[in-house]
Design a protein around this ligand. Sequence first.
Ligand code: DX5
Ligand code: ZN
Length: 216
Amino acid sequence: MVVAKIAPSLLSSDFACLAQECERMLALGADYLHMDVMDGHFVPNLTLGAPIIKCLRPHTKGFLDCHLMVSHPEQWVDDFASAGADLFCFHIEATEDAAALIDRIHAKGMKAGMAVKPKTPIDVVYPFASNLDQVLVMTVEPGFGGQAFMPDCMQKVSDLRSKFPELDIQVDGGLDTENIAVAAKAGANVIVAGSSIFKAKSPGEVISLFRKTVDE
Ligand code: DX5
Ligand code: ZN
């Protein structure tokens, strides 16, 4: 039985106060801190890398769920491990040898996640799923916060859930209080949300509603 894990995306936070924003989210009930790493190459945006994770690490005990939207993710495993990342999630579209990469991530003491873009079929993850700690099904094209949720991606979530009942299945992109029920029904249990949490009048209520919807 999988349980809800709510992962606010710090991409929507004030980067000038990143440590305080992380602590604020944990105090409001967040389970994970979702850190969006973008390289301006795999996606057309540039955010943060291991040096920022390293600076943040002493300021929070939160679980740092690092989503690497980068080409050549192999290049960054050592840096993220020594920076203190808890989970290293790479895109299947960005690597030639996913099996070796998963082994390296685990050998460095991190949990391993694999992400798929909206147009990537879900069956590409099946051969690796039993060795993964989490699969991320993107519900927007990666690169920016604030985009609209793509309901078409829910078929991939339900296909994955029916094959892997115990897997942590993460959804990321456009999740809000309107569409959380659809994502939960499809079988997602790890919910990433940037805009809908950070722009809410009461972010804690949004986190609670997400959790309740997934767990019921
Ligand atoms: C998009 C990122 C997301 C993004 C989600 O490429 O992977 O994590 O921050 O933000 P919202 O919830 O605003 O779509
Ligand atoms: Zn993300």
